[in-house]
Every structure is written in C-alpha cells, then in structure tokens.
Design a protein around this ligand. Structure first.
Ligand SMILES: [Fe+2]
Length: 312
C-alpha cells in the first residue's frame, strides 16, 4: 500500500516533468524508465551563454551579504531569484559558490563606471542562494531587442568560472535572439529560461544550478524516494506557517528553517515517523525579520527537499 503510493507519487512527479520537458516524448514513450528520466529531467548541467561575457562586465564587484543587488527604491519591478547549487549529477549541494551578477537597469542601461546593479552572492552552507534585484530592461542589439536577461559568472570553490545569462519565460524577444533561442547543445538556453510568478507585485523565480564542483551530501532529488514537502501556506506568511509533508519510509525527520545566510532559524520538531502525510504549524517569533527563508525537510540527516518561504 505504502509502496504503491510512493510509486504513484514518483511516477506523477516524473510524468509532470516529462510533459514539461518534451510533450512528444511523453506521448510516444508510454513506459518511462524512472531512473533515467529522473536524471535527465531534474539534472541539467548549467550551460554557458552563446554571447559569453558581453561588453558590459566589470571585475571585482562587491559581495552583497544580504543578496540585495538592487538597492531599495531602485526604479523597476522587484525580482527575487532563488535556487540551490548542486553537483553535475545533482547528488550533492555545493556551498560557497560565487554568483557574480550584473545587469541593465529598468531603462536598459548598464553602469559602466561603478557597481550599480552589480554584485556577488554566495550559496550558503545548505547550497541555497538568493538575490533580490529588479527586472532588467530590454536594449537594442543591432535592429532587435535582446530579451530581458541577467548576466552571471558562477564559480564553485576551486573550480573554473562558467559565464552565462538567465532569461524569463514568455519574453517575446527570445525567439529572435541569437543566444536565448538556442535550445540544444553547449549553449542550450532552455534551462536558463525560467518562469516568474507575481507575488503581490514582486516577481519570483526559482533557478537551480548544476555545475562542476566539490559537493557535500544533500539534494533536492531525494524527495522522489524519501519524502517531500507538498506545500507551505500561507506564503508569504506572517504569524504562522502550515507545512504539509510526506514521508515514504520509517525515518528520522527534521523540519528546519534557514535564513539566506544559511543560519538555522528554527528546528520544528525532530522525531521518528512512519510513512504518512503530516502537517506541522510553525509560529515564528514576532521579532523574525521580513525576508526570504528556506523550509527544509531532513530525513535521516539528509536534506531531501526544500521550499522557499517569505516572511511578510
Ligand atoms: Fe546584457
């Protein structure tokens, strides 16, 4: 019974992913090899951008500890990008990876004399990163507009830098852009083109990065076989947060909340649980600052799944 449900969950998740990635494949292959699809659909190595660094990079941008690339009051639509940095096989997370971010402002101009809308953020000890900025404007490249994009140089500790760009789904300039329209091969931009969700006027996107580097144990693919956070609500939250999660086999369970710097904010129970669905309610201290946090499910000390949460 439990095993059936586990397989159902696994197949449902994988089918959804397969459909998202390739509708034709999903129709013609009725039997899915779960082990192969798991890797193919969840773990796409980060690619370089066809345009490389471009003409507007400035070295030695400052590290922004709070992840705030755009200062408060910056003209434009607020944008928060969050994700986790993982090894190439997505089996381990990579802490302390440097993301050197630069972008145009709302009027599509770069600051080429200073470090406005430029900065470095690091993935924290749990592999998470997050930065807050504004949606970059579109600028002309010849006779055509380039799609909105954020430039990044991504460097895991002790490994080479990968230079790339991040794009946003639905951007009408993508099909005519020489770099953003590439959908296969070494400059494939499809896994660097992410959906954005409007959350009370703030756009939010999730972008997980898989790159060559030395990892530490912990992954977000383990949720297919160990346990999962189904949802967290309300999100954004203020007084309390309901965390719905499931466990697939008898395990030691911890639910933990981390801030953007990777510091443990709260541990919500630690117990031995049997396979079942559970709900726990977290009531944060009123002094908890507003901002981005991560709700993490740990099973037998492994970090198996997470959700980004926002405190109002
Ligand atoms: Fe650019």
């Amino acid at each position: 019974m439990k095993k059936d449900r586990r397989n159902f969950l696994k197949n449902t998740a994988l089918t959804a992913l397969a459909i998202g990635a390739s509708p034709i494949l999903a129709k013609t292959n009725t039997r899915i090899d779960t082990t192969k699809k798991d890797t193919e659909n969840n773990c796409n190595a980060l690619t370089e951008d066809y345009y490389g660094e471009g003409p507007f990079y400035t070295a030695n941008a400052p590290i922004v500890n709070n992840g705030q690339i755009a200062p408060n009051g910056e003209l434009g639509t607020r944008l928060i990008i969050t994700g986790i940095v993982k090894t190439l096989d997505c089996e381990e997370i990579i802490p302390d990876t440097e993301l050197d971010v630069w972008q145009a402002n709302d009027a599509a101009e770069y600051d080429n004399s200073g470090f406005h809308l430029r900065g470095k953020v690091l993935s924290n000890s749990a592999g998470f990163y997050s930065f807050e900025t504004i949606l970059p404007g579109k600028y002309l490249n010849g006779s055509q507009y380039r799609p909105r994009h954020i430039h990044l140089k991504i460097t895991p500790p002790g490994y080479p830098t990968l230079t790339t760009q991040l794009y946003f789904e639905g951007d009408t300039s993508i099909p005519t852009d020489a770099a953003a329209s590439i959908d296969s091969g070494e400059f494939d931009a499809t896994h660097r083109t992410i959906p954005l969700e409007n959350n009370g006027g703030v756009l939010e996107g999730t972008w997980d990065i898989s790159i060559d580097g030395d990892g530490t144990l912990g992954t977000n693919n383990l949720h297919l076989t160990n346990g999962i956070i189904y949802d967290v609500s309300p999100n954004p939250f203020s007084d309390e947060l309901h965390i719905n999660y499931g466990v697939y086999k008898p395990s030691n369970i911890k639910i933990e909340i981390y801030d953007m710097l990777g510091q443990l904010v709260a541990r919500i129970g630690e117990k031995q649980l049997n396979p079942e669905k559970y709900t726990v309610i977290w009531k944060p201290q009123t002094s908890l600052p507003s901002g981005t946090y991560f709700c993490v499910l740990k099973i037998n000390a492994l970090q198996v799944h997470y959700k980004k949460i926002i405190k109002k």
